[in-house]
Design a protein around this ligand. Structure first.
Ligand code: FES
Length: 109
């Protein structure tokens, strides 16, 4: 078993506890899509290239995440509803150390 647990609050405020595989090189945006936690076409629009911010989420737990890349930082500096704990879900890859991660999806723009 290579799954971790992630808690995702969707845009309606509903909490979902999902299993996410660590061995498939998936990112958080793809997990949200695979569980259909956001309507098709409202998340992952750029395909995970850090170019649309549709996958923005707020990190609620205090996991140590990989540093933002230049592209992620730049995209978030132009996005709406950005908070201090904003990250792009497509830039967060599912790894064992993220077990128990809690995130909230940012509003649709
Ligand atoms: S899917 Fe476009 S920035 Fe993440």
């Amino acid at each position: 078993m290579n799954d971790i647990k992630i808690k995702i609050i969707d845009r309606e405020g509903v909490i979902h506890e999902v299993d996410a595989p660590t061995d498939m090189n998936m990112n958080l945006m793809e997990i949200v899509r695979s569980y259909e936690l956001a309507p098709e076409g409202t998340i992952g629009i750029c395909g995970g290239m850090a170019m649309c911010a549709s996958c923005q989420c707020y990190i609620l737990s205090n996991h140590e995440l990989p540093k933002m890349s230049y592209d992620e930082d730049l995209m978030l500096s132009e996005a709406f509803n950005v908070k201090e704990n904003s990250r792009l879900g497509c830039q967060i890859f599912i790894k064992e150390e993220l077990n128990g991660l809690e995130v909230e999806l940012a509003p649709e723009v």
